[in-house]
Design a protein around this ligand. Structure first.
Ligand code: CP
Length: 362
């Protein structure tokens, strides 16, 4: 595919190709150190980031390429009212690939619609974060030797956690996986995901008890309760600190139960657990750089990759219809001027916005 907007843009074979390339890079760190000479990566980060932006930039530098960058909401002419579409068209004149992070769902898709070069979604609001999933699956593969046959605990903010959404999409495609979804009732995963799991016949349970889940899982994916996604600060204050994993609590888990976290953490994993061999979250951050190297190589090699801006995350064909409207205030299509409104009909006949995947009204 030309762009990486959702993790489902890539087949299991594509993901394995990236993993194999990443493992080769780990064993031969200089094998591709001239591969991107003369090429440029633009990192456009309208939201804060440490790992994603710096690992993308380090990845491109290690491939012999160069980097141009916009950081912060005030760092580009978007603050003067320029659209994301015009921004993408302009940056296409200066770079060979764009990694974009933005607070609105669907922002990467909005840019892809008008970009001449590949767009990588580096996090679009509370929607998706596919390159974090690349880091996650390499970590799971290296630690467990397989991406299937796992009982996967996911804990914390499952409502707004974009890394959670992309991880479920990825791991639900591997044979034998099941999920334990652990969250306060206010932050359960959107119905869209439980419906998809049900439809695919993938076993899952939803619970608010981390302690009950710990003895029965093969891996735990902890996440931060995300202050920046809450409309009501009082609601955040009430839910912050819902789960704190520490060394004592992890005694209930198996000796092979690895703990991942996309980071940054606040207090949901105590530092007293960091030295436990099951704590793999900093290895995960390293793996993110390697997988981003593999991804950049793949995207820049792919002049014949098909344009995937006209399909939904599940591959349904998109259409336009002036009688439909997305009302999601966190979706790019309720903010961006001149954006072509696009929709798709999911497998249950529900019409959804192509940018945020929320159901729309006529
Ligand atoms: N995991 C992740 O996206 O981290 P950053 O926000 O620091 O990029």
């Amino acid at each position: 595919m030309k762009h990486l907007l959702n993790i489902t843009d890539y087949s299991k074979e594509d993901l394995q190709e990236l993993i194999d390339k990443a493992l080769y890079i780990i064993s031969s760190p200089f094998a591709y150190s001239h591969s991107c000479e003369g090429r440029k990566l633009a990192t456009l980060f309208f939201e804060p980031s440490t790992r994603t932006r710096l690992s993308f930039e380090a990845a491109m530098l290690e491939l012999g390429g160069r980097v141009i960058s916009v950081t912060g909401p005030g760092g580009s002419s978007v603050t003067k009212g320029e659209t994301l579409a015009d921004t993408a068209r302009t940056v296409s004149c200066y770079a060979d690939v764009i990694a974009v992070r933005h607070p609105l769902a669907g922002s990467a898709r909005a840019m892809a619609n008008s970009s001449a070069i590949p767009i990588i979604n580096a996090g679009d609001g509370g929607h998706y974060h596919p390159t974090q999933t690349l880091a996650d699956i390499l970590t799971i593969y290296r630690e467990k030797g397989s991406l299937g046959g796992l009982r996967i605990g996911i804990c914390g903010d499952l409502l707004y956690g974009r890394t959670v959404h992309s991880l479920i999409d990825a791991m639900s495609r591997y044979e034998g996986n099941s999920f334990v979804l652990i969250s306060p009732k206010e932050l359960t995963v959107p119905a869209y995901y439980t419906e998809k799991l049900q439809e695919a016949g993938i076993p899952f349970v939803q619970t608010n008890s981390l302690d009950e889940a710990l003895p029965e899982i093969d891996m735990l994916y902890m996440t931060r309760i995300q202050r920046e996604r809450f409309d009501d600060p009082a609601e955040y204050d009430r839910l912050a600190g819902s789960y704190i994993l520490d060394a004592a609590r992890m005694k209930a888990a198996s000796k092979d139960c690895i703990v991942l976290h996309p980071l940054p953490r606040v207090d949901e994993i105590s530092t007293d657990f960091d030295s436990d061999p099951r704590a793999v979250y900093f290895t995960q951050a390293f793996n993110g750089k390697i997988m981003r190297e593999a991804l950049i190589l793949k995207l820049l090699a792919g002049k014949d990759h098909p344009d995937n801006t006209d399909i939904s995350p599940e591959g349904e064909k998109l259409f336009t219809d002036d009688s439909l409207a997305c009302t999601n205030s966190k979706c790019v299509c309720t903010h961006e001027r001149g954006l072509r409104k696009e929709f798709y009909t999911d497998k249950h006949g529900v019409v959804r916005c192509a940018y945020c995947d929320q159901p729309v009204r006529e």
